[in-house]
Design a protein around this ligand. Structure first.
Ligand code: SF4
Length: 433
């Protein structure tokens, strides 16, 4: 039970409701979504999933039994404090302010922290840290790039508005050509939209071959049949372009070599002409689009973007592919999982396999998420329709959310604040005894 029990999640809109709202469904954080389209279908599959949660209202429960919110917060604090190895995860569906409070909670309970960002799963650590990245904002891609090369195409990109918003509009300097490198084309092939069906395992060789063509050197690698011809064609198109944008997505491999080789190629090209990478790091889903915000807040708070084995505001270790959420859960190295917001689907899958040995504490606006044994669910107001605050777009731009429904439940931030207060009381009491 919430402390005051509402009956419906759909209430009268604010008097000052705007006709357009911000969608937090993926890292693009579109600010132009018509409010009237939310119920009837937005035209974006990922947005429909993002807004399609929370009706009927989520319930606050302890081990499956409905309880008052304050009782659940009290119990959640006790279980977090008694955990030997807590893990803080989720976070991508929440605001920057909420993430900051969650980080302070992690600090209080010495939790591991990882939001399940792909780059924290890469063995050799994020590409930007290793080799640097020449990047630009999304509007720069839209307005300046007369050649866009999709380097590996994540099929889930097609369920977002990326192509509609940033590829279809003509650039300021004329027509735009696109080239898809990967097994599926990002854009329907035509004379201006080419497709080179190169499997991911050849992407490193292809990047090195294009680099060799640029440097007018013999490639030092033997390449599969036809790859050198593709490299030659790519080189010619790049040569003819005024500004080149590479759009990269998450490769399946986790050594980091695909991303590394592409970054090196872009670095070389950027010495010759405007050239940059737009990394789309997140698979579209309903888990929320604030991964860049998590990276920024965690880096500011702990010194690294995630994969943090033990939170400490005085500096934490960064152990990619070691202390990331998935590895910690798989290796049974956590006994309590504190999930803030929508659950990343990989984490949901891992928890479904767990026999109930782990405590799950989940602050959620989801009405239909899996209920876990040994769990506390703290129901919060809709993250997609009623939450105020800001998120960071994948290119680092600050985006303000524009709630269009009155909240019927306490906000995520409010619940986190209360939980932090409760933990502080416990900690003070312990200190005085
Ligand atoms: S592209 Fe992403 S942010 Fe834009 S409407 Fe679709 S889900 Fe929302």
């Amino acid at each position: 039970m919430s402390d005051s029990k509402p009956t419906s999640n759909t209430s009268a809109p604010h008097e000052d409701a705007k006709t357009q709202t911000t969608c937090g469904g993926c890292e693009l954080l579109c600010e132009d979504l018509p409010v009237r389209s939310i119920k009837s279908g937005t035209g974006c599959t990922a947005a429909d999933k993002w807004f399609g949660h929370g009706d009927p209202l989520p319930q606050t429960t302890i081990d499956g039994k409905e309880v008052f919110l304050n009782d659940a917060i009290h119990e959640a604090a006790a279980r977090l404090l008694s955990a030997q190895r807590p893990l803080l995860t989720g976070l991508a569906s929440t605001t920057l302010d909420a993430i900051q409070i969650a980080c302070r909670i992690a600090d209080c309970i010495d939790a591991s922290v990882d939001a399940n960002d792909y780059e924290n799963l890469i063995l050799t650590a994020p590409t930007a840290i290793r080799v640097g990245r020449v990047s630009a904002d999304l509007e720069e891609l839209r307005d300046r790039a007369d050649l866009v090369i999709f380097w590996g195409v994540d099929p889930s990109m097609k369920s977002t508005r990326f192509i509609e918003r940033f590829i279809k509009p003509e650039p300021h300097n004329g027509n735009r050509r696109t080239i898809s490198v990967g097994m599926t084309p990002a854009v329907t092939p035509s004379s201006y939209n080419l497709h080179f069906p190169v499997p991911e395992e050849q992407h490193v060789s292809l990047a090195r071959l294009v680099n060799a063509h640029l440097a007018q050197k013999e490639a030092s690698v033997s390449s599969p049949d036809g790859l050198d011809d593709i490299a030659h064609q790519l080189h010619q198109f790049i040569d003819a372009a005024r500004c080149v944008g590479f759009v990269s997505t998450q490769p399946a491999e986790t050594t980091g070599l695909v991303k590394w080789s592409l970054s090196k190629l872009i670095q070389s090209l950027a010495h010759q002409k405007p050239c940059f990478e737009i990394p789309l790091n997140q698979r579209a889903s309903s888990e929320g689009g604030n991964l860049a915000g998590i990276g920024a807040v965690c880096t500011w708070h702990f010194g690294s973007s995630g994969a943090i084995p033990r939170a400490s505001s005085s500096g934490s270790m960064f152990l990619p592919a070691e202390a990331d959420a998935q590895h910690l859960i798989k290796r049974d190295e956590v006994d309590c999982i504190f999930i803030v917001g929508r659950i990343p689907r990989q984490i949901k899958g891992l928890l479904a396999e767990d026999s109930g040995s782990k405590t799950v504490i989940h602050i959620t606006d989801e009405s239909n998420d899996a209920s876990f044994k040994n769990s506390i669910r703290l129901a919060c107001a809709s993250l997609s329709a009623s939450t105020k605050g800001s998120m960071l777009r994948s290119d680092g731009r600050l985006i303000t959310l524009r709630p269009f429904e009155t909240a019927c439940l306490p906000s995520m931030q409010n619940i986190l604040d209360k939980l932090l207060d409760r933990l502080a009381v416990h900690t003070r009491n312990e200190g005085s005894t």
